[in-house]
Design a binder for this molecule. Structure first.
Ligand code: GCB
Length: 609
């Protein structure tokens, strides 16, 4: 024990106060619209594969010891030249936040494990204000410390979380340390097996927000389900005096209404409206919405539209619409890595617009809030999804609770975004009784949280002879018949696929959530040669022929906008860790099928006008 770090005695099974305490709070709605400073920039980091900064040499967490001391979150310096300290953030390398770590150091490209990140910032907390430390996303498990004290832990790589730091901020110098761990586990969401890169780190913005003593914590301001003449929603106040008069104003539309929140800070909102210019891809109208009350004021940009299904039709603002979509990952292939700002995201969405899309599937996890706000602005409808993907631990109640929390956080964050028209509760999950219960509950949850949007999941197909069917009890809970089908790629070839036909028996709109083929940009051959642009292009043409025969076809999101990184893609020449199903290469080069899909969408658009 001669070289053990100083630890305190801890009684077995009794976590200290430090370990129990958590300042986690529900993220504030529209955090970007609140007074804040950004803690983005260069953060110092320490790679810690053995979690040496978290556990002592007996593998007891330092923060479960009485003093809570000894971990790297102490950001310790030797007091003098005699003292022993084996880490030093000041001499450690730095990386950009927001940004995944894999793309920022060679040592980290394939790394899965713990990295410590530290930022130093100045603060001047004022009495009577609330302070919140907000993280847009950390993949996957984050332990956050402020000035050596633990604020709490959060799991889930794609949803925001926030800590109340009102009594914890120091005047002057503050140190925030994050232990980010992207290790995959079977019982987590997502689980161990995915077809995308497990980018680790602080992948979205970090903000310190200042809020008044009483403040508007959350609100929903949207059209009522299927009713273009009524705004419905709620206001949620938090802080000292929660019962308040709150005014909601949309000056441009001549709307102003006042509600009274109850002792819990809650008020329902219901306002008749007429003559609103409705949001649509053709005219993505956003209104300035002002909420004020209790000494707080917040301004948002909100669009208003209705989305419904009727039989096999999808109605946007009461009019039949075809979802001309494309699937995409939240990855900038040019880095390659997670987008580091709105410019990266705009590039991706602009590519979709160039293909004449009016819709995107943001697969397979919640993309950043900025992405959704851009979709609002650029006029793209959105399918938003939680990473309930493939073989989840369906019978583990903790796993369900985690999926439920991620879905709740997604809906909570994006409920005011007109662009979001579909909540997806998962992708390609194998039918079984426990899975049906798990995902059925998620679908009910999505609907209970927000009944103004469609609820869907990407289902799987079955083949019987030459018939392709979709038989999934989960469909009863869903608004769309959506499924992934890899005709021409994982089964059958270009030459064979037209011998099959779809037999989709649901009286629901059919929106194909995926099809596709891999092609290495610039590799040219005939339409029967795998990996060639011609193969991919012909597969798209064949797909259009097959799919056009489905009576209820109302949209599609082929897989995928851009080549993306995946550890599962190991062909040394054609793939080299890239899934090549992109219509655009990782270098930004458009493949033949890009133009073919655009052509198809141009034709569809003409038919729907
Ligand atoms: C799928 C998955 C997607 C994969 C894709 C593929 O069905 O939903 O995540 O990347 O197939 O390329 O195999």
């Amino acid at each position: 024990a001669a070289h053990a770090a100083p630890v305190d005695v801890q009684l077995a099974g009794q976590p200290s106060k430090a370990a129990q305490a958590s300042s986690l709070m529900t993220p504030t709605q529209n955090i970007y619209g609140r007074s804040h400073v950004s803690l983005d920039g260069r953060w110092s980091y320490i790679i810690d594969p053995y979690e040496n900064g978290y556990y002592d040499y007996r593998h007891t967490p330092f923060d479960q010891s009485e003093s809570g001391k000894g971990g790297f979150y102490d950001d310790r310096k030797p007091k003098d030249r005699t003292e022993w300290v084996e880490y030093d953030f000041d001499r450690a390398p730095t990386m950009t936040v927001p940004g995944d770590w894999n793309s920022q150091a060679e040592k980290l490209q394939l790394y899965e494990g713990t990295v410590w990140l530290r930022q130093v910032f100045q603060a001047d907390p004022k009495p009577g204000k609330h302070y919140a430390l907000y993280f847009g996303a950390v993949n996957y498990e984050a332990h956050v410390y402020l000035n050596g004290k633990k604020l709490g832990m959060h799991k889930g790589g794609f949803t925001p979380f926030q800590f109340d730091v009102t009594d914890k901020l120091a005047k002057g110098r503050n140190v925030v340390v994050v232990k980010a761990d992207n290790t995959r586990h079977q019982d987590e969401i997502p689980t161990v097996n995915t077809d995308w890169w497990n980018y680790g780190g602080i992948t979205r913005d970090v903000l310190l927000a200042e809020l008044p003593a009483t403040y508007i914590a959350d609100y929903k301001v949207q059209l009522a389900k299927g009713d273009a003449h009524r705004i419905e929603g709620f206001i949620q106040m938090a802080g000292e005096a929660k019962a308040q008069q709150v005014t909601v104003a949309i000056p441009e539309a001549g709307i102003k209404t006042t509600v009274r929140t109850d002792a819990n800070g809650r008020a329902a909102l219901s306002v008749p409206v007429d003559k609103l210019v409705l949001w649509s891809p053709e005219q993505p109208k956003l209104y300035t919405v002002e909420l004020s009350g209790g000494g707080d004021k917040v301004v948002d940009r909100i669009g208003f539209r209705t989305i419904e299904t009727r039989g096999r039709d999808i109605l946007l603002n009461g009019k039949s619409v075809f979802l001309r979509g494309i699937s995409l990952h939240e990855e900038n292939p040019l880095i390659p890595g997670r987008p580091r700002g709105a410019g990266d995201m705009r590039m991706l969405l602009q590519w979709a617009k160039e293909m004449n899309c009016n819709y995107v599937r943001l697969a397979h996890y919640p993309h950043s809030e900025e992405m959704i706000r851009l979709a609002d602005e650029m006029g793209l409808m959105v399918w938003a999804e939680v990473p309930v993907y493939w073989t989840i631990s369906w019978t583990n109640p903790d796993t369900y609770a985690n999926a439920h929390a991620q879905l709740t956080d997604l809906v909570t964050r994006d409920k005011n975004r007109a662009s979001v028209v579909v909540w997806s509760v998962g992708n390609e999950t194998p039918v079984s009784a426990p899975r049906n219960a798990f995902m059925g509950n998620l679908a009910k949850t999505a609907r209970a949280l927000d009944d103004t949007r469609l609820v869907a999941a990407a289902l799987e197909i079955h083949r019987k002879g030459s018939d392709i069917t979709v038989e999934d009890p989960l469909a009863d809970f869903l608004d769309l018949a959506s499924f992934n089908e890899y005709a021409g790629w994982y089964w059958a070839s270009n030459a064979e696929m037209l011998n099959y036909r779809f037999d989709v028996r649901y009286n629901k709109p059919v929106v194909i959530s995926e099809f596709g083929a891999e092609a290495l940009a610039g590799y040219h051959a005939d339409a029967d040669t795998r990996w060639s642009e011609e193969y991919q292009d012909t597969l798209y043409r064949n797909q259009f022929r097959m799919l056009s025969a489905i009576p209820g076809l109302r949209g599609m999101t082929p897989w995928v906008l851009v080549d993306f990184r995946s550890p599962r893609r190991q062909h040394p020449y054609f793939q080299d860790f890239w899934n090549r199903k992109g219509l655009i290469s990782n270098g930004g080069q458009k493949k033949l099928a890009f133009w073919t899909l655009k052509q198809y969408y141009d034709d569809v658009q003409r038919r729907y006008e």
